[in-house]
Design a protein around this ligand. Structure first.
Ligand SMILES: NC(=O)c1ccc[n+]([C@@H]2O[C@H](COP(=O)([O-])OP(=O)(O)OC[C@H]3O[C@@H](n4cnc5c(N)ncnc54)[C@H](O)[C@@H]3O)[C@@H](O)[C@H]2O)c1
Length: 288
C-alpha cells in the first residue's frame, strides 16, 4: 500500500492516543495540517505549545471544518456523543475514526449518526502507556504494535483502506476483526488484567491507616504487576461499563480459578500448586 496523504486532520481528545497519532502521522509526512480539540483547555494549549497539533479549535464545529479525517480519542463512553455533535458539521467525504478500547457498542452507536456521504471506521491501537494527556504523546508509540479495525457490513471499502494505510504509516501492523470478537478478546487480555491490578492495590493497601506502611515495602513483583493500576480512572470506568458483558464473563472465569487456587493453598496441596504454577509458567513463557 502506498503512503496516504491527508490535507487536514482533526483530533478530538488530544491525549496519549490522539496526540501520538498526530505526532506519528506528522513525522511520517502523511498529514498536512492537524487541528485539535480537547475539553481540557490547558491540555489543548499544551498540545499546541509542544507541536502535537498545529492549531487549537475552541468548538467541535470549528475543529472538523475542512477536515478529510477526524480521529476521536476520548474515553469510550463519550465517543458516540462526540460523533453526534460533529455530525452536522462534517464536510462531504469526511472519514471519522476512533481509537477507543471497546468497539461493539461504539461502532453500533456511531454508524447511524453519520450523515450521507461521510464514513465511520472503528479502530483500536494496541499500544499505550499508563500516562495521559498531550505531554505523554510521542511519535513512536505505535511502532511495531498492532491496530485492530472493526469494519461492519456497511463500512465503506475506500474509507477502511485509507484508515488502514494511515495506521500503517504510524508503524502499526493492521488487522480487521468483528467488533464483538474484539471486545471478547480484549476483555480477556487487557480489561481483566486492569481490573485485577486495581483490585490488588486495594487488597494490599488495606485500610487507610495501613496504606503507607504496607505499600512502602512493595518490591519488584507488586510494582510490575500493578503498573497498569496507574492508568487513567475515567478511561477505565468507561471501558468496564462499555464492555460489561464480556468483562463479567472473564471476571467470573477468573473468580473460579482464583477460588480453586485459594482452596488448594488452604488444603496445603503442594503437588497441585506446583502443577498449577507449572502450567501457568509454560503458557506465559509461550507468549512471544
Ligand atoms: N491509554 C491507553 O493505553 C490506550 C490504548 C488504546 C486505546 N486507548 C483509548 O484511547 C482513548 C483515549 O485514551 P488516552 O489514553 O489518549 O487518554 P488521555 O486521557 O491521554 O486523552 C484523552 C483526552 O480526551 C479529552 N476528552 C475527554 N472527554 C472529551 C470530550 N467529550 N470531548 C473532547 N475531549 C475530551 C481529555 O481531556 C484528554 O485530554 C480512550 O478511548 C481509550 O480507551 C487508550
Amino acid at each position: 500500500m502506498n503512503q496516504p496523504h491527508i490535507k487536514k486532520m482533526a483530533v478530538i481528545g488530544v491525549g496519549l492516543i490522539g496526540g501520538s497519532f498526530s505526532r506519528a502521522l506528522k513525522s511520517a509526512g502523511a498529514v498536512g495540517q492537524v487541528a485539535g480539540f480537547d475539553r481540557d483547555p490547558e491540555n489543548l494549549a499544551e498540545a499546541v505549545r509542544l507541536g502535537v497539533v498545529d492549531t487549537a479549535a475552541s468548538t467541535l464545529a470549528e475543529v472538523v471544518q475542512g477536515a478529510d479525517l477526524v480521529f476521536i480519542a476520548v474515553p469510550v463512553g463519550s465517543v458516540a456523543a462526540v460523533v453526534a455533535q460533529v455530525a452536522p458539521f462534517l464536510p462531504p467525504g469526511c472519514i471519522v475514526t476512533d481509537g477507543g478500547s471497546v468497539k461493539a457498542e461504539v461502532v453500533q452507536a456511531c454508524e447511524p449518526l453519520m450523515p450521507d456521504g461521510t464514513f465511520f471506521v472503528g479502530g483500536h491501537p494496541i499500544a499505550g502507556t499508563e500516562h495521559s494527556g498531550a505531554a505523554a504523546a510521542f511519535a513512536e508509540l505505535y511502532q511495531g504494535r498492532r491496530c485492530i479495525l472493526t469494519p461492519t457490513a456497511t463500512t465503506s471499502a475506500e474509507a477502511l483502506e485509507l484508515v488502514h494505510r494511515l495506521w500503517l504509516a504510524t508503524g502499526c501492523r493492521v488487522e480487521c476483526m468483528d467488533a464483538l470478537t474484539h471486545d471478547r478478546v480484549f476483555a480477556a487480555v487487557s480489561h481483566l488484567p486492569h481490573m485485577v491490578a486495581y483490585a490488588l492495590v486495594h487488597a494490599v493497601a488495606g485500610s487507610a491507616e495501613e496504606e503507607d506502611s504496607i505499600l512502602a515495602f512493595s518490591a519488584g513483583g507488586f510494582r510490575d504487576f500493578t503498573r497498569i493500576a496507574s492508568s487513567d480512572p475515567a478511561m477505565w470506568r468507561d471501558i468496564a461499563l462499555m464492555n460489561r458483558g464480556a468483562l463479567l464473563d472473564m471476571l467470573d472465569r477468573y473468580s473460579v480459578e482464583f477460588n480453586t487456587l485459594r482452596e488448594h493453598v488452604a488444603n496445603g496441596d503442594g503437588l497441585w500448586l506446583e502443577e498449577f504454577f507449572h502450567t501457568s509458567k509454560r503458557l506465559r513463557d509461550g507468549i512471544a
